[in-house]
Write a protein that binds this ligand. Structure first.
Ligand SMILES: [Fe+2]
Ligand SMILES: [Fe+2]
Length: 366
């Protein structure tokens, strides 16, 4: 986020607060209200010319944009947080093409004491930070449980970005809860979360990769502490992405060569970060470093010609490729399951371990 972007967003937040305050004091038709709505509408439209969407989320008392808190928003930030909290909202997404009328109605809802629940519109999505189950056969209980996990993980990743102390016990606790709550009779695909907003990709992806890698490990006969360590390793595999700049991490398009070079530092960044933390299982360090290293020895980072990734890194790779392909990204649609399976088979023996690929396919097709 550049300084100009930050200023634009703070300006929008300030204008929302002042417009809603005025709408609260005056009737919606009052001459004081229309120019404020016009000004805000113009600011939002200008911003949405440059980006397809703007998502602001609340984490504790902070306003977070693309995984990072907005610094120095001041008293207006506090008023904004209060405004949303009053309506029990944790997230606002504004989408390109937002009509003025819709913005006006939405602001009216925020200002009105009679409106208890503010609903989403076609170009304004609001709600709690949650990922409701969309896949067939998923139990509400599991969806609710998984939503809590994603929220925990978001807080954890967010903590890492803001330099807070890393809590391995929380990671282990998340994994222990996963193990407790999923049973072998469930098809792991029914457990996966769907992406609701692009800036949540990192946490949702980490959750899904952990669920898939643990399911595969359990399918192969792992249990107890080794299973738990595999879950921890998978949950933390992309932790190095936390030091990759937002512009690259959330770029709504393919990366150019220079950006790709920066992105490809994330395995070593993850290793470096985890090495400095206490009590992290060594498997997590290994998987963070090796998950883009291919079965045939290619990939990155290049260590030496004869180096082959650890079997747990190979499990994480299969889960990683599967979840990345099934997720819709800004630059491509989600890939259909049969197409993913043929990609996995195509990569079998090259990027991916052939035996793991076959077991993984058997597991998800059972
Ligand atoms: Fe990665
Ligand atoms: Fe990944």
């Amino acid at each position: 986020m550049t300084e100009t972007d930050r200023q634009d967003i703070v300006k929008i937040i300030t204008e929302i607060v002042s417009t809603v305050t005025n709408m609260h004091l005056y009737p919606p038709t009052h001459p004081q209200v229309a120019p404020l709505v016009d000004r805000l509408y113009e600011s939002i439209s200008m911003l949405l010319e440059a980006v397809p969407e703007l998502t602001l989320i609340l984490v504790d008392e902070d306003i977070v944009l693309h995984g990072k808190p907005l610094p120095n928003v001041g008293p207006v930030g506090k008023s904004f947080v209060k405004l949303l909290t009053k309506k029990d909202l944790e997230r606002i997404t504004l989408l390109k093409g937002l009509p003025r009328e819709q913005l006006f109605d939405f602001l009216n809802d925020l200002a009105s004491v009679d409106v208890k629940t503010v609903s989403s519109r076609s170009c304004i999505k609001v709600g709690k930070i949650s990922f409701d189950g969309e896949l067939d056969g998923e139990s509400d209980d599991f969806a609710e449980f998984r939503n809590t996990i994603i929220a925990d993980l978001r807080a954890l990743y967010y903590g890492i970005r803001s330099g807070k102390k890393f809590a391995i016990d929380e990671v282990k606790h998340i994994v222990a809860q996963f193990i407790e709550n999923f049973t072998r009779s469930m098809n792991p695909l029914s457990l996966l979360a769907s992406l609701k907003s692009e800036d949540e990709y990192t946490y949702v992806h980490a959750t899904n990769v952990s669920l898939l890698a643990m399911s595969l490990a359990e399918y192969l006969g792992f249990s107890g502490k080794p299973l738990e360590n595999i879950g921890v390793a998978a949950l933390l595999h992309d932790v190095g992405k936390m030091v990759i700049p937002d512009e690259i991490l959330n770029k709504p398009g393919q990366l150019d060569t220079d950006e790709r070079t920066v992105m490809e530092t994330h395995p070593l960044m993850g290793l470096q970060y985890l090495t400095k933390q206490a009590d992290v299982p060594s498997l997590a360090l290994i998987a963070a470093m090796e998950h883009h290293l291919k079965y045939d020895g290619s990939g990155y980072p290049h260590i030496n010609d004869s180096w082959r990734p650890n079997i747990v890194s190979q499990m994480v790779s299969v889960a990683d490729v599967f979840d990345a392909l099934r997720s819709k990204r800004p630059y491509r649609d989600a890939v259909a399951q049969d197409k993913i399976i043929s990609i996995l088979r195509h990569e079998s023996g090259k990027a991916l371990n052939p035996e793991l690929v076959e077991h993984f396919i058997n597991m998800i097709e059972q």
